[in-house]
Design a protein around this ligand. Structure first.
Ligand SMILES: [Zn+2]
Ligand SMILES: [Zn+2]
Length: 340
């Protein structure tokens, strides 16, 4: 099969490999579409710096099952599926408690197991879900990460409800999905981004308002009859955005950090005790989050914004455009036919 590999030194190579074979409880998926996530750039940088082994990236995958292992009962050949990148062990303490996003023993497609920048990928049968017939594969691929992460941040952790004010800082792939999920749950949404194009995309996704960071405090006060946001989601992770999210949060609000980083988040005991605020971090997602994202997509409430479609061989060019800030929302690669 053809695959794209991030090589040591940072080169992006199109290579030929033998087709992978599924184990007893695995399915072999022909990749029809693979989303290009900003995390892929971080992985490339880590490989270039010698901090990570070469790999086949791609953790947003939609495709068709072409082969199954002997002990596969929940999926069959011919199914069109979304693949979740986390391949949890199912046995560790975290997995037994349904916290598969924190599995201690498993692998992650596109991180430490071969990912979706390839014609085929092997996944555990428990990590694929059938795609709703009304969701095309290009829109479905990003649901595994940007869609599921958005659901986890806004609903599972943020507990957004009817009438809440949800502030989303950063209108990239996850941010635009978060806007749609919050609207689907009846919240009012204020989107914040430096780039005008991204703010426009947030409005197209249903945000009630989209402003630059400077305008955010006054816009929040205008919106919030209870002085402050009920949910503040930071998808950027800089000191400026973390401080902004904290400053916009109202009494009883939930602060959700999604972007990793080493910046400190200053919280006082008064914030937690008198303010009744909760500070939470959203890491990866579970199959339950993924299933909810697919259900929202089936209901027409969540559609990842895909603005660039390219063949697998154009991966290097797409990644360099993503790094240059030229891609709004998501780009999707097609290892086989374009836009199948
Ligand atoms: Zn990602
Ligand atoms: Zn586990």
């Amino acid at each position: 099969m053809r695959a794209v590999r991030f090589e040591s030194g940072g080169a992006i190579q199109l290579i030929q490999l033998p087709n992978p074979q599924p184990g007893a409880e695995d399915v072999l998926v022909q990749v029809l579409a693979a989303g290009v996530c900003r995390t892929d750039l971080h992985l490339l940088d880590e490989i270039k710096a010698g901090e990570r082994e070469p790999l086949i990236p791609g953790h947003e995958i939609a495709g068709r099952i072409t082969k199954i292992g002997d002990d596969v009962y929940t999926a069959k050949v011919g199914d069109t599926v979304g693949v979740h990148f986390e391949q949890p062990c199912g046995r560790c303490r975290q997995c037994r408690r349904q916290r598969t996003n924190l599995c201690e023993e498993g692998t992650t497609l596109g991180f430490d197991a071969p990912g979706g920048y390839a014609e085929f990928v092997v996944a555990k049968q428990t990590t694929v879900l059938p795609l709703p017939p009304n969701v095309d594969v290009a829109a479905a691929a990003p649901l595994a990460d940007s869609g599921a992460t958005a659901y986890r941040s806004v609903v599972a952790l943020g507990q957004a409800e009817e009438g809440d004010l949800v502030v989303v800082i950063g209108s990239g792939g996850v941010g635009l999905s978060a806007v749609q999920v919050a609207k689907a749950y009846g919240a009012r949404v204020l989107a914040i981004d430096l780039k005008e194009e991204a703010r426009k995309a947030a409005l197209d996704c249903g945000a009630d308002r989209a402003v630059n960071p400077k305008e955010a405090p006054s816009a929040t006060q205008e919106f919030a009859d209870r002085a402050g946001a009920d949910v503040a989601i930071d998808l950027v992770g800089t000191k400026a955005t973390l401080d902004l999210a904290r400053s916009l949060l109202g009494p009883g609000g939930r602060f959700i950090a999604v972007a990793p980083g080493s910046e400190a988040i200053p919280v006082t005991a008064d914030d937690l005790v008198d303010g009744g605020k909760a500070y939470l971090g959203s890491y990866s997602s579970t199959m339950a989050d993924f299933a909810r994202a697919l259900a929202l997509a089936e209901a027409g409430r969540l559609r990842p914004v895909v603005t660039r479609k390219a063949p697998l061989a154009a991966a290097a060019e797409v990644l360099s455009d993503l790094r240059a800030g030229k891609i709004v929302g998501r780009a999707v690669l097609f290892p086989g036919p374009m836009d199948p």
